[in-house]
Structures are given as C-alpha cells and as structure tokens.
Design a binder for this molecule. Sequence first.
Ligand code: AP5
Length: 197
Amino acid sequence: MLGVRLLLIGAPGAGKGTQATRIADHFHVAHISSGDLLRAHVINNTAIGRTAQDYMERGDLVPDEVVLDMLRKPVTEAVAAGGYVLDGFPRTVEQAEAAYAVAKDLGVAVQVAVHLAVDPASLLERLVARGQESGRSDDTPEIIKHRIDVYEQRTKPLLDYYAERERLITVNGERPIDEVTWSVIVQLQKAQRLLAD
Ligand code: AP5
C-alpha cells in the first residue's frame, strides 16, 4: 500500500501515540506526533517551546499558527518519503481546514481519520497511572480533566468534520492494545477506496 496518509483522533489517553507508532510501522511511514514535537521544543528551549510551554502545562491548546509552523517541514518530508500517521493534529476544525488548504493542491491531503473511542473513566485511569509512573507534568488529575474538557469542546467537532467528508473510521479503543491495532488495520483494508486517493 503506497502513500498512506492517516490521522488519529482521540481524547487524551485514548491511545493515539501507542497506536500511531504501531500503524506507522505496519505501513512503513513516518509517525508524526504534535505533542512529542512540542515537548522536544520545550526541552530544547526553542522559540516554539517557549511559546508552547505555558499552554501545555495548563492543558490548553497551543495556538494554531505555532503548531502549523512546526509541522510544515516534518509533514512535507514524510509525504516525500511515502506518507504519515499524524497523532494529535489536527486538534481543531480550524487546523484541519488550514492543513487541507495547503495539502489539497499537492494531492497529499489526509485519506482517513481514525477515531479511537474510549470512555472518560478509562482515560482518567490510564493517565493517572501514567502520571504516577512517568511523571509527565500534565498527567495530574486536575489537568487531565481539563485536557478532556478541551477535547470535548475543541477537538470532538472534528469527528463530524471528517464524517461529513466520508473520511472517518471509528474503532473501539477500550480493548487490549494489540486488538485495537488489528482492528484499525482491518478497517483500513476494508476502506481501500479511501486509501486510493
Ligand atoms: P499530546 O501529547 O497530543 O497529548 P494528549 O492528546 O493529551 O494525549 P496523550 O499523549 O496523553 O494520550 P494518547 O491518546 O497519545 O495515548 P497514549 O498512547 O499516550 O498533547 C499534549 C499537549 O500538547 C496538549 O495538551 C496541547 O497543549 C499540545 N498540543 C499537541 N498537539 C496540539 C495541536 N495540534 N494543537 C494545539 N496544541 C497541541 O496512551 C496513554 C496511556 O494509556 C499510556 O500509558 C498507554 O500505555 C495506555 N494505553 C494506551 N492504549 C491502551 C489500551 N488499549 N489499553 C490500556 N492502556 C492503554
């Protein structure tokens, strides 16, 4: 399968990073995580990192123009190398529209949006557990709840956006990690028509 261009949508803790790594490996394309890239900018104290840090610590979205600017180069390089699995972008309908405006003329727009559906109670449980183990600074109960609220308000409308364009696949993300991966791959195989674009 050539030129796979996917994105994952899911609440914080839905498993976007976990699944994006596996799906990108399966299709031999790049995994691009906006959250990982932003955290690297914060650690490296770049201009992007200095702008993003306060938003991330509060669990708010980083301004669209910062994220779009940051992603331009890695996405362009990934497209040239055969495709991408995007994790954490777009996060708003505005980001989706801005990305589409750039990508459509080049024929490199997203083919399929994969929604990982997980109950809020499981999200909280997963992220509190991760916070206790790895210490990601935004994995505290209060900030996790805020991130889930931000998802509900700002990111969830993307589900309608992609459904209206007949680009949305929904997978039950409550199941064990391997089962979720295979379910995504099977559903993508059933949606070959979308991947042919
Ligand atoms: P980001 O890094 O994208 O964080 P997030 O959306 O809050 O997502 P997480 O990384 O917490 O969860 P995930 O869905 O990737 O799940 P994971 O696989 O890690 O964003 C961080 C911040 O950056 C944002 O708050 C914002 O400030 C900024 N940002 C990023 N992108 C932006 C954008 N486009 N625009 C503006 N701002 C942006 O799994 C979570 C845990 O669950 C792990 O411990 C994992 O092992 C476990 N797990 C995974 N799958 C399963 C399973 N099936 N069963 C049991 N456990 C599981």
